[in-house]
Write a protein that binds this ligand. Structure first.
Ligand code: SAH
Ligand code: SF4
Length: 375
């Protein structure tokens, strides 16, 4: 494991709109007001969306007068790296300076054929799932669309130096994305719109703990892959693990997933953390099959990633295999996904709180906790 720390000044509050949340239409409208020729906007959009390049100074084909207007009108500040941890298995966990002196975590996951980026949508999370480190942190604030897109641009810059590009985005970092739809949806539109970054809707996955009343509003605005953190097959257990289940019980969740599926035609991914002695007995596998009935879903089984202070444990291999084979025999193949980057706490969904332990020697630590609470 390699640790680098870059002590850069935290971002300041901008007074101008961020370039990172601008769509081609918005840029066209603004440049039209300045009387700029439309091919100039096309050139600008090529830099931003095709090359994923947000450094105005090095946009070599734009005239100085146009750059001056762009500089004066938009905020071009990009997130900067506060610290970086590289794991042996190709994951990098990066902590960036966010607005308001807070830190935002992202994880880059390198595979042979793709490079995935795990982004955060909030600082902390309100939903307090008992197994989740972010849940234990509490909630500080929603991220802005530009802070979400900023994670993508920064991660691209990191992997561009390796001759690669981010090919997939998963919203599985800190926070519940459907608890921040006003900022998450504009970011999703920029990621997927053909005239923006143009990632296929299959390559952008939003993971939710099941904020049922936001699933269809999301689907009506933008097409992305949906993953649901299920983790328990009955209401009693799910409510004890995930308090959101008291507000949106399983029957409501299933009804909405069926509606989503009817609307989008897409498979839904069901994420199921395996917690020793809690949720992976044969009876629970049977209940899970019952829940899945009628839903076109793929299931990912995720052995629990232990963290300090957690009361849960990962099941033994035998328990994992028998749960998996019960599902497979009933027509639900369920691969076991071991998280990459475990040595840097890079496992998606585990990003946040471990920073406290990992970064305890770094000066930024104070801001991670206190800076956040000041909001
Ligand atoms: N709030 C959203 C997205 C972020 S969490 C959600 O809950 O879906 C991303 C995933 O990581 C979720 O499936 C979450 O349940 C899972 N996760 C959280 N803590 C984990 C842990 N300790 N081990 C394994 N997966 C975990
Ligand atoms: Fe929030 Fe997701 Fe963690 Fe639950 S699992 S506390 S919803 S980040």
């Amino acid at each position: 494991m390699r640790i680098t720390s870059m002590n850069e000044l935290p971002a300041t509050e901008p007074l101008k709109p961020s370039i990172l949340r601008q769509s081609p239409e918005a840029l066209r409208a603004q440049c039209g007001l300045w009387g700029e020729k439309s091919f100039r906007v096309t050139q600008l959009c090529q830099w931003l969306f095709e090359r994923r390049h947000y450094h105005l100074e090095t946009m070599s084909n734009l005239p100085a007068s146009f750059k001056t207007k762009l500089r004066e009108h938009f905020d071009w500040q990009l997130p900067s790296i506060a610290s970086r941890l590289d794991s042996a298995d190709g994951a990098s966990k990066i902590l960036v300076h966010g607005k308001k002196n807070q830190f935002i975590e992202l994880v880059i996951l390198r595979y042979a054929e793709r490079v995935s980026l795990c982004v955060s949508s909030q600082v902390g999370c309100k939903l307090a799932c008992t197994f989740c480190q972010t849940g234990k942190l509490g909630f500080f604030r929603n991220l802005l669309a530009e802070e979400i897109v900023g994670q993508f641009i920064l991660a691209n810059d990191v992997v561009a130096s390796e001759g690669r590009a981010i090919s997939h985005i998963v919203f599985m970092g800190m926070g519940e994305p459907l608890d921040n739809v006003h900022e998450v949806i504009p970011a999703l539109k920029l990621f997927t719109a053909p005239d923006c970054f143009g990632l296929s809707h299959r390559r952008v996955t939003l993971s939710t703990s099941g904020i049922v009343d936001k699933i269809m509003p999301l689907a009506q605005e933008v097409r992305v892959a949906l993953a649901v953190s299920l983790h328990a097959p009955n209401d009693e257990l799910r409510s004890s693990l995930m308090p959101i289940n008291r507000r949106f019980p399983l029957a409501d969740l299933k009804r909405e997933l069926l509606l989503f599926q009817k609307h989008s035609g897409d498979l839904v991914t069901i994420e199921y953390i395996l917690l020793k002695g809690i949720n992976c007995s044969e009876r629970q596998a049977k209940e899970l099959v019952h829940f899945l009935h009628g839903l076109r879903a793929k299931i990912n089984l995720i052995p629990f990633n232990a963290h300090p202070g957690s009361e849960f444990q990962r099941p033994d291999e035998d328990e994992i295999r028998s749960f998996q084979s019960y599902l497979a025999k009933r027509g639900y193949p369920a691969p076991v996904r071991y998280s990459k980057g475990a040595d840097v706490s890079g496992a998606c969904g585990q990003l946040a709180a471990k920073q406290q332990a990992m970064l305890q020697d770094l000066p930024q630590r104070k801001n991670i906790i206190r800076g956040s609470q000041a909001q």
